[in-house]
Design a protein around this ligand. Structure first.
Ligand SMILES: Nc1ncnc2c1ncn2[C@@H]1O[C@H](COP(=O)(O)OS(=O)(=O)O)[C@@H](OP(=O)(O)O)[C@H]1O
Ligand SMILES: [Mg+2]
Length: 301
């Protein structure tokens, strides 16, 4: 089955969300508010909610009546006393993004935005179709000014059938151990994959689409590997040991979030090693988009 309409909608939704996140991250880096704590006041929170509201709104516009979205946020905290100011900021950002796109010709009220956020409360399941969204994957990277992704996927009867990863800070050209954050390199990529149809990368503005391929390197001595930037998220000591046993010579490329899957899908490195520490809980659906972006070339329907 082809999912062309769904893919186009997902690309549009994730691109708009990425645009909003970019704006918030830029403002965040210029201000002195970097804390992830005190969630209600945090700029990260504004971007998280804004990204979810936009994706939810766009998907509902494109697929009225047949909509199920599993996503991280709900409006409970926003509806509490004192939440008004942040809701206004989110609403303004959402409307600015929609206006810049121009396709819907609407201005959302705060209540519309809260309702859009709450449309992400679906529990999913093995029947029917369900969108899954991580509105900002890699919030620590986002706060640091580094990598993060908007990760959106569609599940059909329990199978991941398409995925979109918007990576606003990923350089367009291959990153390497030597230049993981090359300052002169233009950044902002979007990866998309549909089951059985391969993986593609384009600029965040939708131009310059190219098909990408995972690395063809088979000899670990010539391979490089990705791992989390945060040692609290994945055991660097263990990956270093395994890389050594495999014969990998290159130093690890450390990056936040599912951006690693995008970089893997275009062959920037050949291996992704991830060993969460005890007690670190990861939800399987969270990386649906990343997984199909990497397997898109080989996965058959
Ligand atoms: N199911 C699953 N499988 C593999 N990896 C997963 C999964 N769920 C979350 N993640 C990764 O966990 C990291 C946590 O990102 P978050 O944004 O949720 O939290 S954080 O604020 O950055 O700590 C972030 O990656 P790292 O930045 O590499 O640690 C996510 O990409
Ligand atoms: Mg997350």
């Amino acid at each position: 089955m082809a999912y062309g309409k769904e893919l186009a909608a997902a690309i549009k939704a994730a691109s708009l969300a990425a645009r909003l996140c970019r704006k918030v991250q830029k403002a965040l880096l210029q201000s002195d508010v970097r804390s992830k704590h005190g969630r209600n006041k945090s700029p990260v929170t504004v971007a998280d909610y804004g990204s979810q509201a936009l994706v939810s709104f766009v998907l509902q516009q494109e697929f009225p009546g047949e909509f199920s979205l599993v996503a991280e946020e709900d409006s409970n905290d926003l509806r509490k006393d004192g939440g008004g100011e942040i809701v206004e900021r989110i609403t303004k950002l959402v409307n600015e993004s929609l206006t810049s796109d121009g396709s819907y010709g609407v201005s959302l009220s705060s209540e519309d935005v809260l309702k859009a956020i709450d449309s992400g409360k679906s529990e999913g399941g093995s029947q029917g179709r369900h969108w899954v969204l991580d509105p900002i994957d890699g919030t620590k990277g986002f706060v640091r000014g580094d990598q993060y992704a908007v990760a959106l996927a569609l599940l059909d009867r329990g199978n991941v059938v398409l995925g979109v990863l918007a990576c606003p800070n990923l350089p367009l050209t291959s990153i390497s151990v030597a230049h993981p954050h090359s300052p002169n390199n233009e950044v902002g990529c979007l990866f998309f994959a549909e089951v059985g149809r391969g993986t593609y990368m384009q600029l965040l503005d939708g131009s310059s689409t190219v098909k990408v391929q995972v690395s063809a390197v088979e000899n670990p001595e010539e391979a490089s590997f990705f791992e989390s930037y945060e040692s609290a998220h994945s055991m660097h000591d263990l990956s270093s040991l395994i890389a050594q046993k495999l014969g990998v010579k290159a130093a690890p490329i450390r990056m936040d979030s599912q951006v690693k899957y995008g970089a893997l899908s275009r062959g920037d490195g050949a291996i992704y090693l991830r060993f969460p520490r005890n007690g670190y809980r990861e939800k399987i659906w969270d990386h649906a988009a990343g997984s199909i972006v990497v397997t898109g070339n080989t996965y058959l329907s």
